[in-house]
Each structure stands twice: as structure tokens, then as C-alpha cells.
Write a protein that binds this ligand. Structure first.
Ligand SMILES: [Zn+2]
Length: 94
């Protein structure tokens, strides 16, 4: 898994260097800080699993289940589904 994470980070780093948005955080759609090591700051890269490992342990090492994410976004998401736009959570009458 460690190896897979390193490869995935390198892939995201490459995508970012070519201005490919596929290397951005899949949760908040913003750029990830690929200049720092993974998991060292809120904006650093973390490998997120689209299907949480706690629910789908079989998919832990399946690259098709990998998503680039900020450490912060990944932590906030936990095992839930990604939060939709904040605006949608606020009632229209607000
Ligand atoms: Zn993010």
C-alpha cells in the first residue's frame, strides 16, 4: 500500500505540473500542494478512497478507487459522502 500511495502521489504531482485538473482535490476541486510531502499539512496530498476502506476493504488497493484529495478534505469527509456545495446546504429562504 505504501508503494501504491507513493505512485499515486507522483501521478498527481505530474498531473498538477501539466495543469491537468485531474490532479486537483476531488472533494473541493482546488489545487493540492504537491510541493510538500503527503499528509504533512492541511493542503497536502492524501490518497482518498472513493469507497471507504472501512466499508469496502477489498477496494483498498484498487487504483480505480483512488482519488487525489487534500488531507483536510479527506479527514473532514471521513466515511461519509463528499459534502456538496455549502450553498446547497443552506435553505433558500436563509
Ligand atoms: Zn480539497
Amino acid at each position: 500500500m505504501k508503494q501504491l500511495k507513493a505512485e499515486f502521489f507522483a501521478q498527481g504531482q505530474y498531473l498538477d505540473s501539466t495543469n491537468d485538473t485531474a490532479g486537483d482535490c476531488w472533494i473541493c476541486k482546488k489545487r493540492i500542494d504537491y510541493d510538500v510531502k503527503p499528509g504533512t499539512s492541511d493542503n497536502s496530498h492524501e490518497l482518498d478512497h472513493y469507497y471507504p476502506v472501512s466499508l469496502y476493504p477489498d477496494l483498498q488497493e484498487d487504483p480505480a478507487n483512488f482519488r487525489h484529495a487534500h488531507r483536510k478534505c479527506n479527514r473532514e469527509r471521513g466515511n461519509g459522502q463528499p459534502k456538496s456545495d455549502i450553498g446547497q446546504l443552506v435553505p433558500e429562504w436563509w
